[in-house]
Design a protein around this ligand. Structure first.
Ligand code: OOG
Ligand code: MG
Length: 261
């Protein structure tokens, strides 16, 4: 490919997803891919998925915790789209044959009772628009080799999104201590990581406000009924066939996922 464009970037990322193959950074080949152009590519990628019949069901935040930022070497949060095709029902295995190199991370998830439009949304306003809070898992599957990317690369790649699971147990935001909520992550029963809700931008609703304000720059809002993944609390764990990854939260309940070849 000689000249890289938004459309050729989308073609390449969708090809990798379809063929379940990773590849090099787009920014190595297209140094002109800046953040704004990358979000335009992300929106163009979503438009392709919508033309193929997928429906937007929410939005995700990525790199909202220090654990994730440190691991990925990027210190700035980002947003991506969630579609109905990404829903992984509770208890279903992670079908690795549909993916490249999936990793799982525990997240605090909001479902929205009201529309939330930026700019200048505060934590209080954000929390006020939330209907229910849940424990969740995100399965990320970067279309880049070794999950190695610069910020514009991962933005164009819809923030590595692949699947997500939301616990059926739901909680009203009032009366929850989301800052102090503890999440213990285990692999095959062995505790591997622990974090509290404060890991996510100081408060998961701060991440929600950030998403609303970020979308406002693109003339968009978080809609009533949408699901919002606020970002991995801990580092992500690779899925392996037969490996069970579980998360136990103080009040939000427990969830487990198992990899299947
Ligand atoms: C980017 C997506 C990060 C999170 O929750 O921090 C993300 C990646 O790590 O591949 O979803
Ligand atoms: Mg995530």
């Amino acid at each position: 490919m000689s000249e890289w464009t938004i459309e050729s970037t989308v073609d390449e990322l969708l090809r990798r997803e379809r063929e379940r193959t990773d590849g090099g950074r787009i920014t190595d080949r297209w140094p002109g891919l800046d953040l704004e152009t990358a979000y335009r590519a992300q929106d163009a990628l979503l438009a392709r998925k919508q033309r193929a019949g997928e429906r937007v069901v929410g939005v995700k935040l990525g790199l909202t915790s220090e654990a994730k930022q440190r691991r990925m070497g990027i210190d700035s949060p980002l947003t991506g789209w969630l579609t109905d095709a990404m829903v992984l029902p509770v208890g279903e295995p992670v079908r690795m044959d549909e993916m490249i190199h999936p990793r799982v991370e525990p997240e605090i998830v909001f479902t929205m009772g009201r529309r939330l439009a930026g700019p200048e949304v505060t934590v209080e306003q954000a929390l006020d628009a939330v209907a229910t809070v849940h424990a969740g898992f995100e399965v990320i599957d970067s279309r880049y080799r070794d999950f190695s990317f610069a910020l514009p690369d991962v933005v164009a790649d819809n923030a590595s999104s692949c699947r997500f699971t939301v616990s059926a147990e739901s909680f009203a935001p009032d009366g929850l201590d989301l800052v102090g909520e503890i999440c213990q992550l285990s692999v095959d029963g062995d505790l591997v990581d622990t974090a509290t809700g404060s890991a996510v931008q100081g408060h998961p609703a701060q991440a929600l406000a950030l998403a609303a304000n970020d979308l406002a720059r693109r003339g968009l809002a978080i809609e009533a009924g949408w699901t919002v993944l606020t970002g991995g609390l801990t580092d992500a764990v690779f899925v392996e066939p037969g490996r069970t990854i579980s998360a136990a939260f103080t009040t939000l309940g427990s969830l487990a996922l198992t990899g299947k070849r």
